[in-house]
Structure formats: structure tokens, C-alpha cells
Design a binder for this molecule. Sequence first.
Ligand code: PLP
Length: 375
Amino acid sequence: MKPFDVYSLYDIEPVRGVGSYVYDKDGVEYLDFYGGHAVISIGHAHPHYVEAISQQVSRLGFYSNSVENSLQEEFARRLGEASGYADYSLFLCNSGAEANENAIKLASFHTGKSKVLALRKAFHGRTSGAVAATDNPSIVAPFNRTSNVEFAPLNDLSAVEEKLRSGEFCAVIVEGIQGVSGIYAPTNEFLQGIRRITTELGVVMIMDEIQSGYGRTGDFFAHQYAAVRPDLITAAKGIANGFPMGAVLISPMFEARKGMLGTTFGGNHLACSAALAVLDVIEEERLVENARTMGEILLKELRSEPRLKEVRGRGLMIGLEIDGSAAEFRRRLLKEHHVFTGGAGATTVRLLPALNIGEREVERFLTEFRKLINE
Ligand SMILES: Cc1ncc(COP(=O)(O)O)c(C=O)c1O
């Protein structure tokens, strides 16, 4: 048997990682400014993380959600305190798509309504509800096409308001910063306007912080920049530094009912110990602040680069608009300059490094990037 051939692969295989560097089997070093798709938040093989999950797996790696699990309680408490959502409750699952799926379900259960409003160019994942709310027909199977999802343009508040006033919608779902579409941020006014309208109409506001969350943008969650409090917040990717985990932060207005949501693996012992270790490091090493500081340096330097058409983003979630094919630019940056970056659309290079990069990594990235763009 072979793997189902759905991924476009680079012919490079990292076999080891330390901090923001990965190494292939010949020992060639690569600077990781992609973080394995925004997943490596505290760097590869962080000693505290390795110690925590090694200890946990040697004690108890997994037991089901039919018994008490104090690690889940502790993680919920710690996440509440770290994020400023101590009064919310937490549902744990295994991926970003699953987190959005559960958020949409909660909104629908709560309001008794079935329609979701998403934004143009949004990406929310590939399970049924999440992919239906994703604005990319090429990944939506006929089974997942539904009139239950409509789309409005990003930052067009009157279009959102007009749809929501129909009274048919249970929820509106918005990315903290749109990632897959190429790093496009909602304006503060747009988020504040959505909050006002959804509160007035009893529509649930869901923020998808799966890519923009946990410090990446220089705030714990990207929406906190606009000082709004959504009803549901979804997180995944970097929250357990590569151990698969998704989370829904749920406002006190939702009432839990036994059996309402569920999953076999979600919130298991190993996942919670990984997530707790990530929070320890984020706090001890002040990584939210570091993401903001390193992001400011990168953005300032890159914005003074005349060959770049546009530089978008906040903190360590950055989109670089280049003149030409981003795929070819990224391939050359990787093969010739040994730097991993992400893509987004035809002409955008996406930077999603670990939150604990330092000036050394920033310098090295800028040097290699400038060599290539100025060729
Ligand atoms: C904003 C956003 N939402 C949801 C997802 C889906 O997450 P997962 O691939 O873990 O299902 C992603 C993944 O890229 C994402 O960027």
C-alpha cells in the first residue's frame, strides 16, 4: 500500500528539529519560518515539552472521556486565565476542522436555527460543516454543498448585517486573520460591528483562531486587538505544538447537556499534558510579547523592501506579496537558501514561524530572503 497521493511534496525529509531549525538525514540545516503550518508554536523538541509528554506517556497516555481527568480541568483553568476567558468553558477535540464543526453545532443547538454566515475566501477546514463554510468550491464535495451556508465579503459590514437581518442565521464565523486566503485581517470596526449586530439579533459570533491564535499575532487571540468578546472561539494548530488537538472556548450563555458533544480522543491525557507544557513555555518565555516584538522587526524590515508589492499581517502571521509565482519563490528559498515558508494563493508567501524565534533567526531569514528577492 502507498499513501493516498493528495499532497504536493518537497523532496526534503526533515528527520530532526531543534527550536526553529530542522535537519534532514544528511544533517543539512533548514530555518523553519513555516512552523509546519503554524503548528510549531514553542519550537521543535522544546526540552520542557519533551519532558512533560515523555513523563505522561510513561504514566498514562490515554483514557476515555468516561472518567475524571484532572489534566483536562487544569488545562481549562490555565487556558481561561492565560486567554482572559476564565468564565468560559472548554470542549476539547482533535483538529481545527473538528473544533469549528462543534462550534457550528453549538450555535445551531442554542438558537434552533440552521444557517451559518461565513466570509468570502474563508478557510475553516475539511469536515462537512467546516468545508461548507470554506469559500473554495474545489474542495467542497457535492455531499457537502448546502444552502445552509452563505458568504459575505470580508470587512463589508452592511453585507453581513443584511444577511443576518433575515433572521435565518444561527452563527457568523470569522477568522482572527484570514490565513489560507493570504493574510487578510478583519478591521476592528468590522469585528465590533459584527459583535453589535449579533448581540442585537441573538446570532452566535464564532471566531476561528485556529491559525491566528495563541499569541501568534502579538495578542493571545487576534480578535482581542479589536477588544471584542465572541461567543465561541476555536483553536488548534499550535496549542499542543504538534500533538493533534482542537478546542472550543464556550461562553457562559451556552448550557451543556450530557451527550450534546463528544469524541473518543479529545482531551486525552497525552494531549492535555502537551497543551499544558505549551502554556507553561508561552508564559515563562513571554512568547506573546516576543511574537509582537519579532513581528514588528520583521514587518518594518520587510516593508522597506522595494521589491515586495505588499506586506500584510500582525506579529508572526505575515503575508508577503511578491511579483511572480510564490510557489517557485518558496521552492528556491527552500532548496537554495534552506528556509521553509508557507504559501497562500498564487503570489503570497506566508510566514508562520515559532513564537520563540529570536533576532538571530530574524536576521538569517532577512539575509536569505533578500538574496533571493534581489537576484
Ligand atoms: C483558520 C483555519 N481554520 C481551520 C483550519 C483547519 O484545521 P485542521 O487542518 O486542523 O482541521 C485551518 C487549517 O489550516 C485554518 O487555518
